[in-house]
Write a protein of this length. Structure first.
Length: 235
C-alpha cells in the first residue's frame, strides 16, 4: 500500500513544491503541426498571442474565431508539448501521454483585443492556459485526463466576478473526437481546461471525475462550453 496522499476517490494528490532545475534553452513546440490541426478541425486561425519573455518553453496562444459552424471562440496553447512531461513509470501506455497542449472554449463575444486584456476579468483564461502549460515542466510532473488544479491553497477565484477557482482537464467533448488526438509523432493530445468552483472540485476529489461530470451535466446543460464565468456552482 502506497503512503502517498490520496483524495476521497482514491486518486493521488500531488503537491508541487520542488522546482525543476533551470534551463538556459527555451524549447519550441511544433507550431505548424498544432496550428494545422486547429484549422482542420475548427476553422481558420485568428490572432496569435505571442509570448515576449519565455522560461523553459515558449508558449503562444492561438485564437480560432467564432463561425457559423462553431458559434464560440477557441483559444489553445502552442508550447506545452515542446518538452515531454514526467509521466509516472507505472502509468499504462504512459508514452502516449507525455506531450500535450491545452484549450478553452469562450463565448463568441469574449473580449480579446489588446485594450480589453488589460482587465483581468477578460485576460484570466489566457493566463490560466499559460500557467497550466508551464506547470509540468516547472515541477517535473505531468498533467493529464481528469487532473484537477486549484488556483492556490486555499483556491481563490481567477478574477473578480467569478466563483471559478480551479481547473479540471478533460477531452474537448464539444470539439469532436478527432480534435483530441493529433496525428503524427510524438503522440500528442489537446485537453480542454474546464474551470470549476470549489464545491465542484471537492466533488471530483471525493467521488471521482465521472461523478463530478455527470452531476454537472444535470445542473448545467452547456457545462462543456462556452465558458460562463458568472455561472452558479453545480454543487
Amino acid at each position: 500500500m502506497s503512503d502517498e496522499e490520496r483524495s476521497g476517490s482514491g486518486s493521488p494528490i500531488y503537491r508541487h513544491t520542488e522546482v525543476a532545475p533551470e534551463s538556459r534553452q527555451i524549447a519550441q513546440a511544433d507550431d505548424e503541426r498544432i496550428s494545422g490541426h486547429l484549422e482542420k478541425n475548427i476553422g481558420p486561425l485568428g490572432m496569435v498571442f505571442h509570448e515576449i519573455v519565455s522560461d523553459r518553453i515558449h508558449i503562444d496562444i492561438h485564437r480560432v474565431p467564432a463561425s457559423e459552424a462553431h458559434p464560440y471562440q477557441v483559444i489553445a496553447t502552442s508550447g506545452m508539448s515542446a518538452l515531454a512531461m514526467t509521466v509516472p513509470a507505472e502509468l499504462e501506455d504512459g508514452e502516449q501521454w507525455r506531450h500535450a497542449e491545452l484549450c478553452m472554449i469562450l463565448p463568441a463575444d469574449w473580449p480579446l483585443e489588446e485594450a480589453a486584456l488589460k482587465d483581468d476579468r477578460n485576460y484570466w483564461p489566457i493566463r490560466l492556459l499559460k500557467q497550466l502549460a508551464r506547470l509540468p515542466h516547472d515541477f517535473s510532473t505531468w498533467l493529464g485526463w481528469g487532473h484537477s488544479i486549484p488556483n492556490g491553497d486555499p483556491p481563490e477565484p481567477y478574477a473578480p466576478g467569478t466563483d471559478l477557482c480551479g481547473a479540471v482537464l478533460i477531452p474537448p467533448f464539444l470539439l469532436g473526437a478527432d480534435f483530441f488526438t493529433l496525428p503524427g509523432e510524438p503522440s500528442m493530445h489537446i485537453f480542454q481546461v474546464l474551470p470549476v468552483t470549489a464545491g465542484e472540485m471537492q466533488l471530483k476529489l471525493d467521488k471521482g471525475l465521472d461523478e463530478m461530470l455527470e452531476h454537472m451535466e444535470k445542473q448545467i446543460p452547456d457545462v462543456y462550453g462556452p465558458l460562463d464565468p458568472a455561472r452558479p456552482s453545480a454543487v
